[in-house]
Design a protein. Structure first.
Length: 318
């Protein structure tokens, strides 16, 4: 069962797309969405508070698991080992350096090839149905975590701005603010961080705009107040601290693809068959575990997303 955050109204437009080949309930189960019962158990001593005020799921009580049965990483792991180059290239330095980041007020400009461009305040975006998704995050550096996100499907937002028929891609831009981001004082990277998806990837139901994790507002090291989550792609596609979303006709340039196109392709689907030029992608280290795990094609989401790439050579379109 999907949990709706209590402080936000549920839109009348809660429509399950008809083309789903399995029922909504089966899919929610398959995706490892935390049951309301599990969440209530986890925050039982705090009944009466809204979910955003509680530490639902990260104290005592059962840890959420993904649909493969693996437990979520702890809140401490998820917020203390971060890639966020605007702050630092040192994963353990991101948390302290981001402590005073101003994630509020925040606005996201949605435009480009859309009929109804609009600038959304964070509060406007929290009106889209908020869901819980326990997703694996697989970094291109060959480590991974399991993260219980809250957020909304990007397709809800895109539908509202009405893409033009000419729109084929979505370009995401993160905040540019060298005052707050010490890493942006380094001229080595072409700031701001940018990313992109094909429109059908962006519309896919697994593609999330995360606004929280473990039932709390998104922590600063994870991209407060909102970031993209595309669970079948390498982690760098899941851009943090988004301020602009634009629909385009041409494939957008992205930060990593601009710096090293031979190492970081536009698609960057998790693929154990295609090695990074400098290391193998066959296995990964799950944070908190000793051994290594086999990396799964599309990070284990192939049943849902492989169809997006039918007829494409994934060695060429890496
Ligand atoms: N704006 C921005 N987004 C970013 C990054 C970044 O440096 N800046 N790093 C990416 C990389 S490489 C990864 S693996 C994930 C890490 O997300 P996490 O810190 O929440 O685990 O964020 C991605 N999003
Ligand atoms: Mo990454």
């Amino acid at each position: 069962m999907e949990r709706k955050l209590k402080h936000v109204a549920v839109p009348a437009s809660e429509i399950t797309p008809k083309e789903l080949y399995f029922s909504r309930r089966d899919w929610l189960k398959a995706m490892g969405i935390v049951s309301a019962a599990a969440l209530l158990a986890a925050c039982a001593p705090r009944v009466g508070q809204t979910p955003l005020e509680t530490a639902a799921g990260r104290g005592s009580g059962p840890a959420p698991t993904d649909e493969l049965g693996d437990p979520a990483n702890t809140f401490e792991q998820i917020t203390n080992y971060n890639n966020y180059y605007e702050f630092s290239t040192d994963k353990q330095a991101v948390n302290p350096l981001s402590a005073n980041f101003r994630a509020s007020p925040w606005a996201v400009e949605v435009g480009g090839l859309v009929h109804k461009p609009k600038t959304y305040a964070l509060e406007d975006l929290l009106r889209f149905e908020q869901v819980e998704r326990v997703y694996r995050l697989r970094c291109v550096e060959a480590w991974s975590m399991v993260i219980p996100w809250t957020g909304f499907e990007l397709n809800r937002l895109l539908a509202e701005v009405e893409p033009m028929t000419s729109a084929r891609y979505v370009r995401f831009t993160a905040l540019l603010d060298p005052q707050q981001f010490p890493g942006q004082r380094s001229p080595f990277y072409p700031w701001p961080y940018t990313e992109g998806l094909r429109l059908d990837e962006a519309m896919h139901r697994l593609t999330l705009i995360a606004t929280g994790l473990y039932g709390e507002p998104l922590p600063n090291p994870n991209g407060a107040p909102l970031r993209l989550v595309v669970p079948w792609k390498y982690g760098f596609k899941s851009i943090k601290a988004i301020v602009r979303i634009e629909l385009t006709e041409e494939q957008p340039a992205t930060l990593w693809n601009t710096i090293a196109p031979n190492e970081y392709g536009f698609y960057s689907n998790v693929n154990p068959e295609v090695d990074h030029p400098r290391w193998s992608q066959r296995t990964e280290r799950r944070i908190g575990e000793l051994g290594r795990r086999e990396t799964l094609m599309f990070n284990g989401y192939g049943e849902e997303v492989a169809g997006l790439y039918a007829g494409m050579d994934l060695r060429v379109n890496y």
